[in-house]
Design a protein around this ligand. Structure first.
Ligand SMILES: NC(=O)c1ccc[n+]([C@@H]2O[C@H](COP(=O)([O-])OP(=O)(O)OC[C@H]3O[C@@H](n4cnc5c(N)ncnc54)[C@H](O)[C@@H]3O)[C@@H](O)[C@H]2O)c1
Ligand SMILES: [Zn+2]
Length: 690
């Protein structure tokens, strides 16, 4: 694997760790970690995953299945700790259906799956809970629900109950912070058996929902949905994020204090929740409607419904696993699409000057996450489909944190900016895209370029959007100027003494730590030159040669088209002055090995990248084995000879037509023996090995 592994705690350099976070920023790469998440990450120790890797997993949750076992468990642990802290990294849907499901398939008895997922540690006395507070078993489909029902029926029969007579109590599954109120103290769920004293929440003004008395046992701390949407949605990413802060030991933030004062945050005992009762025979058919009904009757966020049997004797008989009560299940429907109303379309100028539309929408819950904004592909879509205030759009969430607009249900007058939101310069259209032409003076373009640089280097902390914005207002607007900063200068700009020192140390570290030259080049953000293309290019030409390269030389490299070569040559010319200045600062660059060198040294097999066709009966192994081996060495294997074939490898009893085709197309023909020699093995040594 090629990503950087960090084996120790990510260097602590966090400026004031703010618990709640304002709207997350979406950078050019669509990276969505918020500052608070990044700060929290710094507290964690990674053994298997890197920060970059987490970024990728967050952006492409489907790649979670490619992690190895240890990485997967580490990822689950990290995701869980973020979730409990009110800042989910990925959606519940992806957590359950991709990450957890993967572990279930691979290691059904892994301890992670069979205990209550741990909550963050709070200060406070730990006590034995009067009753166990477990997780719930989950059903996402009617089939899963009916399987559960069968188990209930079986148990009922075992103790002589008539399954048809059983009653099921259905309550909303509150999406809050679980707690237990014994009338005197309030405790967290902890590990399900022992919780931590968080009575301070009541002392801070938490009330029991609907003026109910204290001491009603298990429940959740929740915030009113309407209050959240009206007063908190701008500052808190989701209600979980807000709710968790009510019980934290640190001083309350003003918004939390205010919400408590307004009695908008409550402890809701489960025993006082609105409920419905159904019998076995009409349970499954009615769950969807009940779910909607209960949602409408409750001004708190819910995450499905909880179904449990009411027969106490049967409950006792069925008991619990270490993870859940067998007599209870949560039913969650997958809601992957939603229709929402647009509040406004906000323009965001990117590093390249392209202005991207972000639709702010009425807060809507979609597969476990609160959605407040969505991205349109480009302003052409906004223009052609009529997206603006009051438009109704259809959203889908396919793993990304910010969902995409898939369709417009109700079109309106499109909301399109005339000038750049950052520098006010008049925008221009280039087919479907809007651009700010002010490349050298637009604050957004300049700041994002600097952010991109540091983020791509990946070996420097502390230079996030907030820092860069502050530097910008203090006239530090180029990367070389940032590298020239001294601690006292930073202090003069309003950075704290400790932070100033840290920032200067980080700048030094980023120059002294070894970094791959392709990563360094990618940091300059030349159009079409992301990490992959930089590495490919530097596999053929040295970093110091790139400014002399012609379009022809670039096109000659596999993977570069003519149009790309043209913009790349221009792009290199543009960055050259900055490049020279930064290189003079002495970064510790590690060269990308040249393909030619690798081939000469034998590190790269001569057939790597070549297209081979095998024909005839082989003696070295079966033809399939040989094909597999060739692929392992980096070759591609074709079925028939074409003009692109590099070698035709021939065994015994070869048909004349293949040989003729090879000859007429100028394809080199190798006997099996010649081939084995080429790849550095002989028939006998190959046989010994196998
Ligand atoms: N997005 C992420 O990264 C992430 C990470 C970890 C967990 N999760 C989510 O958390 C869930 C598992 O967490 P869990 O084990 O804490 O909770 P759970 O979903 O299994 O629910 C159990 C809890 O539900 C609460 N509850 C709410 N309403 C209730 C009611 N009416 N009756 C009874 N109990 C009720 C109780 O406090 C109980 O402790 C998963 O569904 C998963 O999607 C998400
Ligand atoms: Zn601009």
């Amino acid at each position: 694997m090629t990503y950087v592994r960090r084996t120790s705690t990510i260097s602590a350099n966090s400026p004031s760790t703010k618990f709640h976070h304002p709207n997350p920023f979406l950078d050019d790469h669509g990276h969505m970690l918020t500052q608070a998440q990044k700060d929290a990450l710094k507290q964690l120790t990674f053994e298997h995953l890197s920060l970059q890797r987490l970024f990728t997993l967050q952006q492409q949750p489907q790649t979670i299945t490619q992690l190895d076992d240890a990485e997967l468990v580490e990822f689950l642990t990290i995701a869980n700790s973020f979730y409990r802290d009110g800042q989910p990294l990925i959606s519940d849907h992806d957590y359950d259906h991709i990450a957890l499901a993967e572990l279930k398939t691979r290691q059904p008895s892994h301890p992670f799956l069979h205990t209550v997922e741990p909550e963050p540690k709070f200060t406070g006395k730990t006590v034995e809970l009067p009753a166990r507070m477990l997780s719930t078993e989950k059903a996402y489909t009617d089939k899963e629900l009916s399987d559960w029902l069968k188990r209930i029926h079986k148990a009922a029969n075992e103790i002589g109950r008539d399954p048809a007579g059983l009653q099921f109590r259905i309550t909303p599954k509150l999406d809050g912070f679980a707690a237990f109120d014994d009338g005197d103290r309030l405790y967290t769920r902890g590990d399900g058996r022992r919780g931590t004293d968080i009575t301070r929440a009541f002392e801070r003004g938490l009330v029991v929902a609907n003026n109910q008395p204290r001491g009603l046992g298990a429940g959740e701390i929740v915030v009113q949905r309407s209050y959240f949407a009206a007063n908190l949605a701008q500052d808190y990413e989701n209600p979980r994020n807000f709710q968790a802060s009510v019980v934290k030991e640190k001083a309350l933030e003003p918004a939390v204090e205010q919400a408590l004062g307004n009695q908008a945050v409550v402890f809701y005992p489960f025993s006082t929740l609105p409920y419905r009762v159904r019998r076995s025979d009409d349970l499954i058919d009615s769950v969807a409607a009940l779910s909607r009904e209960l949602r409408a009757s409750l001004d708190y966020d819910m995450d499905g419904i909880v179904i449990e049997i009411t027969d106490d004797e049967l409950k006792t008989y069925m008991g619990a696993t270490r993870h859940h009560h067998r007599w209870q299940i949560a039913y969650k429907q997958n809601q992957e699409k939603a229709e929402v109303k647009v509040l406004q379309v906000v323009p965001q100028t990117s590093r390249s000057g392209r202005v991207n539309p972000v639709a702010e929408v009425e807060p809507t819950r979609l597969s476990g996450a609160l959605i407040q904004r969505a991205t349109a592909h480009h302003y052409g879509m906004v223009r052609d489909k009529g997206i603006g205030p009051d438009a109704v759009i259809e959203l889908t969430r396919s793993g990304e944190v910010i969902p995409k607009i898939i369709d417009v249900v109700k079109a309106v007058e499109p909301q399109i900016p005339a000038s750049c939101p950052s520098c006010d310069t008049e925008l221009f259209w280039d087919s479907d895209y809007l651009y700010c032409p002010n490349n050298t003076g637009c604050p957004a373009q300049i700041s994002h370029t600097i952010e991109h640089f540091f983020r791509t280097l990946g070996n420097i902390d502390g230079f996030g959007p907030a820092t860069i914005e502050k530097l910008y207002t203090n006239n530090i607007r180029t990367i070389d100027a940032v590298y020239g900063l001294q601690a006292d200068q930073l202090e003069g700009m309003g950075f704290g003494p400790k932070q100033s020192e840290n920032l200067v140390n980080e700048l030094q570290r980023s120059r002294h730590e070894v970094i791959e030259d392709w990563r360094f080049l990618a940091a300059f953000g030349v159009f079409r030159m992301g990490g992959g293309n930089c590495e490919r290019l530097l596999g053929h030409h040295r970093l110091e040669e790139i400014f002399e390269l012609s379009e022809e030389q670039i096109v000659a490299i596999e993977g570069f088209a003519e149009r790309t070569a043209e913009v790349v040559v221009k792009g290199f010319a543009r960055i050259r002055p900055l490049f020279d200045k930064l290189q003079a600062l002495g970064f510790n660059l590690q060269r990308t090995p040249l393909v030619s060198e690798l081939q000469a040294s034998g590190a790269l097999n001569p057939i790597a990248g070549k297209l081979l066709v095998f024909t005839g009966t082989m003696t070295h192994g079966s033809r399939d084995d040989m094909k597999a081996e060739a692929k392992k060495l980096g070759a591609k294997v074709g079925a028939s000879v074409t003009g692109k074939t590099d070698y035709l490898v021939t065994g015994d009893k070869v048909g004349a037509s293949k040989l003729n085709a090879a000859t007429s197309k100028g394809v080199e023909i190798l006997t099996e023996e010649q081939y084995l020699k080429l790849i550095g093995t002989t028939i006998s040594s190959a046989k010994e090995q196998s």
